[in-house]
Design a protein around this ligand. Structure first.
Ligand code: KIV
Ligand code: ZN
Length: 522
């Protein structure tokens, strides 16, 4: 049996389902190109029937990507398959990924069906997809909780119908490695036509077992691993690409290999985390900030004597340069640019000049400027291009009277101001902003994070608002968290409003709005 493991990346489909992490088509193409350079074999680009945006992204990715197979997801429904086939029309190598639930939970309480009918529907879906493309992958949703005997019947039937790959997802992340490995072994031994297809693993991380289950599946005969960058995905996420790739590279006793260019792992991880605004946990294996940081004296001493004493992977192999440059207020543009390059970010000379000025402002306030600060700095650069900007914010906080916010905004060049009170300074500020812009939105999520440890640090604020039934995400960072909150709120509102604002000159409930000069409010 061939020892090559095909890497099927679903960052742009299963990964992108995470709330607040949605990417636009241009960002998805950027990620797809990074995945191509990383050496993934298959990119799952989206679920075309789910939205016009997803459909369009699949079309554009097929035009931009040459080497990997581009895959589109469907349910076992003819209309889904028609739309996926249409979205793949420009693909050099296109794959349709269709499937249906096979566990008792799915058969009886989700699909209100029975086991024989599910097999008929699975066969029909594969045959229908085969009319459009040669390469058809079938997923047996919730295979992790499906009886092995029945699963073997399903797998044999879909291979008989022409499936080239059969995906065995642990949809709910319920399996444990021994059991999942045994499931794949059972299929390898009991499905008569198993040699006609590749078996894939697709594990979720609800019990923290996704990578372990994937490796168990591969060691028992699966040859495709479905993964995401940084392990992002629904709930606790999917199996992480970098973990599988580095396990197979580092454990020479496992006779399996991938075509992943491991030196590109770190830059790809940073790109996905930045574009999706999804921070990587500091202790995340392979790509976390602390993955190669040694803090205790004993470990530092051991590593200095020989790196292998405490490191099983050379950080250079995943694209992390060992010789780290500490950025301070004395660093020049070249050092800043080098650090951006290490993070996988290419910026023009003009952008570097702007970023350098902002970098000096932060460096003056902090002992050293770390990678997180730099990524925030680029985000702030984007915010400064907004049509609606916070000019002035003054907040009175405390028990009595009610917290009050006085705000001035620059809306398309016009200065507007307003005041409002609320049950806290942030609530008062958000109400004042809505009054000024004559726009009511629903705040769905609000998260403040300190970037690192010191009290001099930037605070990052993520907000999610709902306007006309659609959710919009906003972000900012500032050493003042109320300012960061208002800027993040404005970032989301600007997106929600498509950058069109009416001028406001009358009073609104729970606060006042008036045209005013800076002098009036200061
Ligand atoms: O987790 C799952 O079962 C899936 C399928 C749609 C492949 O994501
Ligand atoms: Zn999944």
């Amino acid at each position: 049996m061939d020892n090559k493991v095909y890497i099927f990346d679903t960052t742009l489909r299963d990964g992108e389902q995470v709330p607040g992490c949605q990417l636009n088509t241009i960002e998805k193409i950027e990620v797809a190109k990074a995945l191509e350079a990383l050496g993934v074999d298959i990119i799952e680009a989206g679920f075309p029937i789910s939205s016009p945006g997803d459909y369009n992204s699949v079309v554009e990715i097929t035009k931009a990507i040459k080497l990997p197979i581009i895959c589109a997801l469907t349910r076992a429904v003819q209309k889904d398959i028609d739309v996926a086939a249409e979205a793949l029309k420009y693909a050099k190598r296109g794959r349709i990924h269709t499937g249906i639930g096979t566990s008792d939970f799915h058969i009886f309480s989700k699909l209100h069906s029975n086991p024989d009918e599910i097999i008929e529907r699975a066969i029909a879906a594969v045959k229908y997809a085969k009319k459009y493309v040669e390469d058809v992958e079938f997923y047996a949703e919730d295979a992790g909780r499906t009886q092995n005997e029945y699963l073997a019947r399903v797998v044999e039937a879909v291979i008989g119908a022409g499936a080239t790959v059969v995906n065995i997802p642990d949809t709910t992340g319920y399996a444990i490695p021994e059991e999942f490995g045994a499931k794949i072994k059972y299929l390898m031994e009991h499905v008569k036509n198993i040699d006609k297809a590749i078996i894939a693993t697709h594990c979720h991380n609800d019990l923290g077992m996704a990578t372990a289950n994937t490796i168990a599946g591969l060691m028992n005969g699966a040859r495709q691993a479905e993964v995401t960058i940084n392990g992002i995905g629904e709930r606790a996420g999917n199996t992480s690409l970098e973990e599988v790739a580095m396990i197979l590279q580092c454990r020479k006793d496992i006779p399996l290999r991938t075509d992943i260019q491991s030196k590109k792992i770190y830059a790809t991880s940073k790109l996905v985390s930045t574009l999706m605004r999804m921070p990587v946990q500091p202790n995340k294996a392979i790509v976390g900030r602390n993955a190669f940081a040694h803090s205790s004296g004993i470990h530092q001493d051991g590593v200095l004597k020989s790196r292998e004493n405490y490191e099983i992977i050379d950080p250079v192999d995943v694209g992390i340069s060992q010789s780290s440059i500490v950025l301070t207020a004395r660093s020049g543009r070249a050092a800043l640019n080098h650090r951006f390059e290490v993070l996988g970010i290419k910026i023009s000379k003009e952008e570097l000049d702007i970023a350098y000025d902002k970098f000096l402002t932060i460096a003056d306030k902090k002992k050293d400027v770390n990678d997180e600060d730099l990524l925030v700095l680029l985000d702030l650069e984007k915010l400064s291009k907004h049509k609606i900007k916070l000019v002035h914010l003054h907040v009175l906080s405390g028990t009595t009277p009610l917290p009050t916010a006085m705000i001035q905004l620059d809306v398309n060049g016009e200065i507007l101001s307003g005041t409002a009170s609320g049950n806290g300074p942030i609530n008062a500020s958000f109400t004042a902003v809505q009054n000024i812009l004559k726009k009511k939105v629903k705040l769905e999520e609000f998260l403040i994070q300190a970037i690192t440890r010191g009290s001099d640090d930037l605070g990052k604020v993520h907000v999610q608002i709902e306007s006309n039934g659609i959710s919009y995400y906003g972000f900012s960072a500032n050493t003042d968290i109320i300012t960061a909150s208002v800027e993040a709120f404005l970032d989301a509102i600007e997106k929600a409003n498509g950058f069109n604002f009416k001028k406001a000159d009358d009073a609104e409930n729970n606060g006042t709005v008036k045209k005013q000069s800076l002098v009036d409010i200061a």
